[in-house]
Write a protein that binds this ligand. Sequence first.
Ligand SMILES: CC(C)(COP(=O)(O)OP(=O)(O)OC[C@H]1O[C@@H](n2cnc3c(N)ncnc32)[C@H](O)[C@@H]1OP(=O)(O)O)[C@@H](O)C(=O)NCCC(=O)NCCS
Length: 299
Amino acid sequence: MLTVQDLDASERFYVELLGMEAVRFGEGRRALRFGAQKINLHRAGASVAPHAKQPVPGSADLCLLVAGGEAGWAALRTRLDAAGVRWELGPVARTGASGPLQSLYLRDPDGNLLELSYELELPLPVALELPHELPGGSTLRLAGPDDAAGCQAIYAPIVASSHTSFETEVPSADEFATRIRACVAPHSWLVIEQDGAIVAYAYSCPHRERAAYRIACEASVYVAASARRQGLARVLYEQLLARVRAAGLLRVYAIITLPNPGSIAFHEALGFRPLAHFPEAGRKFDRLWDVGWWGRALA
Ligand SMILES: CC(C)(COP(=O)(O)OP(=O)(O)OC[C@H]1O[C@@H](n2cnc3c(N)ncnc32)[C@H](O)[C@@H]1OP(=O)(O)O)[C@@H](O)C(=O)NCCC(=O)NCCS
């Protein structure tokens, strides 16, 4: 809800300049629609109950994501410029709910502060020559069949005691060797070795079989419980994604069994965005689990 001095002036500002849609409902009530969201407009002194504790004009501070990403934001900026609207601040870099933003700040006719933003894609580093020495003496390199037992040791407890993997039987080390051998271009299987032991691994694989999906891959990463929050998954993913991008792929997806707040936070820190939610998508440990798809562009 926005409390405003002049319903017509506010409606003109939000509809003509910001591209929202004017909505009329109930007995003469007004609202603004944008995407799947709606803001009700209340005239100051005539708020409809229930309402905010102190419904006064000029007290709102809203962050709005502009449709169409950078291009949509640039077009909106041109429109505001042409209408003589002045920025309070920006463009400036900001941190949004799910990643970095580029923002402009301005005020509506009541002095409410509006942050108009688009989400920035995180750039990927270039693919390194492998093997690569990491700070602290560990090595990032391509996996071979001899790494099967090390990867299996990280994965086995996740299969046995967590819903994170939808496998229900722990695959053998031989099965892991087969999977590593099958991971061929444009895909990669990477490991990090510390003091002779594998402590983390990540790999990409085809997303779906049909030909049109060949622009896309899925990525997975597993870090030994004792080696988490040291940046190992980040460096593995940065290199994995740089490699699949260099191989010509355009999209990467992560399929996350829910709940998994650590994996969600990790993927969003690497520029993935939530794309789809599949309720009760699989059964493990005698109960049904939801699955979420996260993804990002590789461009
Ligand atoms: C998810 C997982 C791969 C993260 O590995 P990691 O090496 O600990 O992650 P990193 O140290 O590289 O984290 C990079 C960033 O991701 C985010 N992040 C990672 N783990 C997080 C957690 N548990 N909670 C909140 N944020 C997290 C943080 O932003 C972190 O940056 P910061 O440490 O500077 O704050 C690891 O916890 C894991 O193996 N979990 C079990 C298996 C799994 O869920 N795999 C994913 C399957 S979809």
